[in-house]
Design a protein around this ligand. Structure first.
Ligand code: HEM
Length: 368
């Protein structure tokens, strides 16, 4: 059948009239505005007081300053590596490959809390240990633990408000005691947690310190059964009470130097202890210990036998995000977990894009 060459076909759109061109341009404008709006929303522009990862990172920077290339928290550190030897006991609780009998390689980083990478070591500063377990089939388990028995806050907002309360006063360069008092008055959970923290003896070094995961997680076994757990590393190195003289002797890095000497003498070891929660134990509140007498299981031994400055170790550029978990371990309903993951990512993105300055613990310190 002959076709009318002037009539529109399926492949030839009708010419735009003035009205329909405006409608189409308007549509494109709406799409562009929605995209821009989405970016502004995600950037927190419509909600300047919302607790975004960027606001968290800004606040760390306000309290401690900006140190190019360093973590916004737990900035001072040294890197380690070794292995985890599973004894197979954990397989009953979780199908995670890390609990099958045998060894997996581990890389880690010991740190002190706070955003100043050159801060003087002090016994009461919170000690951290970030670990990455390399599992078969490309899986990873990352965790970051501290030496406190409980966390001082139980919500991201609580963490942020406490950070604000510790901000040094412009004149005295010290935190304003009134601000901290006001924070404590509205955070009874912190008052209770601090009592527990103060009753907990601090050890002399990184090597004979325990490290606690604090946030609850869930283990999933091969049959799909899930139980709440908390984990901790208990040192094989014997406990010795903290010395208060290290800093007084003018040794700014005495805790890190002690760790280096210790690990160069002999491998350091910790038992990985899993505490099993029972129904009713809070899984969303890291400021509260679980009741005494909960079942505990020793699932294997961590051995750290090598130490390196941040400047030469790949651990400097690892984000020990607590939500990088293997199959068999899942997050609990603890609100700190997703906040940690988001803020660590923000800190990582900032530091990854910055020029790297030398770490307090240099490659030559580690070779001493
Ligand atoms: C809302 C709560 C928390 C916030 C906002 C927060 C924030 C941060 C940030 C920004 C970093 C630096 C991340 C990086 O650049 O890689 C960090 C590191 C760290 N955090 Fe947290 N943290 C929180 C809770 C905790 C808890 C509950 C623990 C322990 C149970 C913990 C232990 C650590 C450790 C050990 C590191 C150093 C890890 C490393 O060496 O890379 N944090 N934290």
């Amino acid at each position: 059948m002959p076709t009318d060459s002037t009539s529109p076909t399926k492949t030839q759109p009708a010419p735009l009239t003035g009205g329909s061109a405006l409608v189409r341009l308007g549509g494109i404008g709406i799409v562009l505005l929605s995209v821009a709006g989405a970016f502004l929303y995600l950037g927190g522009w419509f909600t300047p007081n919302a607790l975004t990862p960027a606001r968290f990172a800004d606040e760390f920077e306000r309290v401690d300053g900006i140190y190019s290339g360093f973590r916004r928290n737990h900035a001072k550190g040294v890197c380690v590596s070794g292995f985890f030897e599973s004894n197979g006991q954990g397989e009953r609780l979780s199908k995670a490959a890390v609990f099958r009998t045998g060894r997996v390689r581990v890389i880690g980083r010991f740190s002190l809390s706070g955003g100043d990478p050159y801060v003087a070591d002090a016994p009461d500063t919170v000690r951290g240990l970030g670990l990455l377990f390399w599992l078969p089939d490309g899986e990873e388990w990352r965790t970051a633990m501290i030496n406190l028995p409980v966390f001082p806050v139980n919500t991201p907002q609580g963490f942020f408000d406490r950070l604000v309360a510790t901000q040094p006063d412009a004149k005295t360069h010290k935190p304003d005691p009134e601000k901290m008092a006001a924070f404590l008055a509205s955070h009874p959970e912190t008052v209770e947690a601090v009592k527990i923290i103060k009753s907990h003896a601090v050890s002399s070094g990184f090597d004979n310190s325990g490290y606690n995961g604090l946030n609850a997680f869930r283990f999933i076994d091969a049959g799909g059964k899930s139980i709440p757990v908390r984990w901790a590393l208990v040192p094989v190195q014997p406990f010795e009470a903290a010395s208060t003289t290290g800093t007084a002797q003018g040794d700014k890095n005495y805790l890190f130097y002690g760790l280096i000497v210790s690990i160069l003498q002999h491998p350091l070891q910790w038992h990985l202890i899993i505490t099993l929660g029972q129904p009713g134990d809070p899984t969303d509140d890291a400021s509260v210990p679980w009741p005494e007498g909960r079942d505990q299981m020793d699932v294997g031994t961590l051995t750290l036998d090598s130490v390196e400055s941040e400047e030469t170790s790949p651990a400097r550029d690892i984000n020990f995000d607590p939500l990088v978990l293997p199959a068999g371990i899942t997050p609990s309903d603890d609100p700190l977990l997703s906040a940690r993951s988001a803020v660590y990512s923000q800190s990582f993105t900032r530091r990854a894009g910055e020029k790297k300055e030398p770490s307090a613990i240099t490659p030559s310190d580690v070779r001493k």
